[in-house]
Design a protein around this ligand. Sequence first.
Ligand code: GLA
Length: 380
Amino acid sequence: MDRAGTVATSAWSAPGRVTLVGDHTDHDGGLSLPFALPLRTVVRARPRADATVRATSAVVPGEPVELSRPVARGEVEGWGAYVAGVVRVLTHSGVEVPGADLRVESAVPPGAGLSSSHALVLAVAGALADLAGATLSREDLVELARRVENDEVGVPSGVLDQLAILSARRDRLVLVDAAEDAPARTSLVACDPVGADLVILVVDTGAPHDLGDGRYAEIRADLDRVRGRLGVGSLRRFADRLGPERALEELADLGVGAREAGRSRHVITENARVAEAVRRCRAGDLAGVGPVMSASHVSMRDDLGNSHPVVDLTVDTLVSAGALGARMSGGGFGGAVVALLARERVGEAESRLTEAYAAAGLAPPGCHRVTPADGAGPVD
Ligand code: GLA
């Protein structure tokens, strides 16, 4: 520490996340099973003599983001909006954010549904808070990320990503319980693909994914309407109370539109799939999670209605190349696919993907063989 409680330099690293199973459940107070990727965003911060916050990115070349104070909401667009959002929310929370030069480096593919935006937000927030000599708890950071995404950037996301990124541990999945009637909780579930001779493959399909385009908000609005008709706070609790089968029957009799009914069915069945995946992992049967993942993809494609033709091509190609399971991960309408494969099948599966993409006139996808990594925190 030097004078005024600031430090000379600081750096934070935050991973992207992938959801093994359990999407579009967090905003209904449900269960999800993500883990942190070894692909990370690192932000290094140095104090400046003036009050400006200036950020440069190795990922997005071009003009740096320059913020003079006070920063107005909506003043900056693109990735800079997340940096501006962090500065605004930290300042409103009473942190005296000093002038700073930020250097952003990232291996998290942007726009792939791997939570590159939450990785950026949390790494910027951690680095700036450290520079200011402020201590933020995990709960503070979860709330900060929510406010940046929801209030500053205007993306109506839930709490899954920041909870996963902040709670993750190497060789562990993060069971996120976003119960709407209690503080969100996380617990860790052991996951050792290498020991089981398995590979988790994350495929960046290149099909663009944008949570701000209105379709994510439409899913949330549809579910709100159904909860309103049922008079319940969450479909998760509704299904807990009645049992999933009765809950699904009542839903079918409710007389809501096919789209709303399908989306609600996804939420109820997806919570059950997360519970089943956790049971199988805890029983040492990681391979048994494969079919649960594939069932989750079918549910997103047919019930939730948030898949994409290139995503479906990817999932189908992987499954026909022998994957134990494959599904889209994250908010959807494009983005990434996560698959579980026996080690000896991976090379062949990757070649089959390249061929299938070429036949469809597409550039080869980005394939990452991953194991669960540590969550966000300071780095040297
Ligand atoms: C996005 C949101 C999360 C979650 C997922 C879907 O990543 O940020 O809160 O809703 O979509 O599971």
